[in-house]
Write a protein that binds this ligand. Structure first.
Ligand code: ADP
Ligand code: TMP
Ligand code: ASP
Length: 234
């Protein structure tokens, strides 16, 4: 199978079926647009297993996802999508870039979820954009943007329901959506502690901030999330 694309944390391979891809979760972890990098033996297995459980749960609750089949611990078979070149972010509690950009104190809970779009473009550092930018840059249509917001808010509610059961706060997260061959909007990429912020009841960080901020051993932290999710028997 030919390698189609190697990103910072996953590799996409072609398959015999032109509408499907094999995705391999790498053991690399990067931050700040790859300025900081490391590799851990079990990292890919942890993000793959966590993402697969979350995708299974979302799918059971009516969200269309790309996941077709788990091949093994680090490989999945997915529907090949035409990805929107945007990172879609929801923030429930202030952390990360919004605390620096707007001076909001970390830990401030927002009255309503904040929806953000970033243009997926490493050259420009994935800049924050608004709805008009997305439409003018032909990243989405106006109609698609309405649906993207609805899907993302639904995913936010479902993730909060799921993680509430584990006494974990969904602080914020990033998702990527794409179009399948029938032009339906489908959840792609991954949802894992690499792409979300999760805090426990004491606001201990259980996500990639442990790596970004040198707080804790990433794989031990991701293992906690996986064990908790596995206890739910999704
Ligand atoms: P990055 O490109 O940011 O370094 P990754 O290492 O996670 O990120 O690479 C995975 C790439 O695969 C991303 O560009 C993502 O948009 C893309 N992708 C994820 N799911 C699908 C899918 N179902 N179909 C096509 N592309 C996908
Ligand atoms: P931010 O606070 O750095 O803007 O991040 C917001 C959310 O998006 C957080 O959950 C981490 C996630 N994220 C990614 O998944 N990939 C990225 O490249 C960035 C910058 C953030
Ligand atoms: N995903 C980006 C990187 O890998 C930024 C981040 O997550 O902090 O460099």
């Amino acid at each position: 199978m030919a390698k189609l694309y190697e990103g910072k944390s996953k590799i996409c391979f072609s398959t015999e079926n032109q509408n499907e891809l094999k995705v391999y979760f790498k053991n690399d972890v990067t931050a700040f647009n790859s300025l900081k990098k490391a590799t851990y033996a079990s990292k890919g297995l942890l993000t793959a297993k966590i993402s697969n459980l979350i995708f299974k749960y979302l799918q059971l609750n009516g969200v269309k996802t790309h996941l077709i089949k788990v091949i093994d611990d680090q490989n999945i078979l997915v529907k090949k999508l035409k990805m929107f070149q945007v990172e879609i972010i929801i923030r429930n509690i202030a952390a990360g870039s919004i605390t620096k950009r707007l001076g909001i104190k970390e830990g401030t809970r927002f009255e309503r979820p904040i929806f953000e779009l970033c243009y997926k473009n490493d050259e420009f550092g994935d800049p924050l954009i608004n709805d008009d930018h997305a439409i003018i840059l032909n990243l989405t249509t106006e109609e698609q943007l309405v649906e993207i917001k609805n899907i993302t808010l639904k995913i936010n509610s479902l993730l909060q329901n799921l993680f509430n059961k584990l006494n974990i706060k969904v602080v914020d997260f990033k998702i990527e959506l794409g179009l399948d061959e029938s032009n339906h909007i489908i959840l792609g990429d991954e949802i894992s502690p690499d792409t979300c912020r999760f805090w426990d009841e004491d606001n201990r960080k259980l996500d990639k901030d442990c790596f970004r901020e040198d707080l804790d051993d990433v794989t031990s932290i991701y293992q906690i999330i996986l064990q908790k999710l596995e206890s739910l028997n999704i």
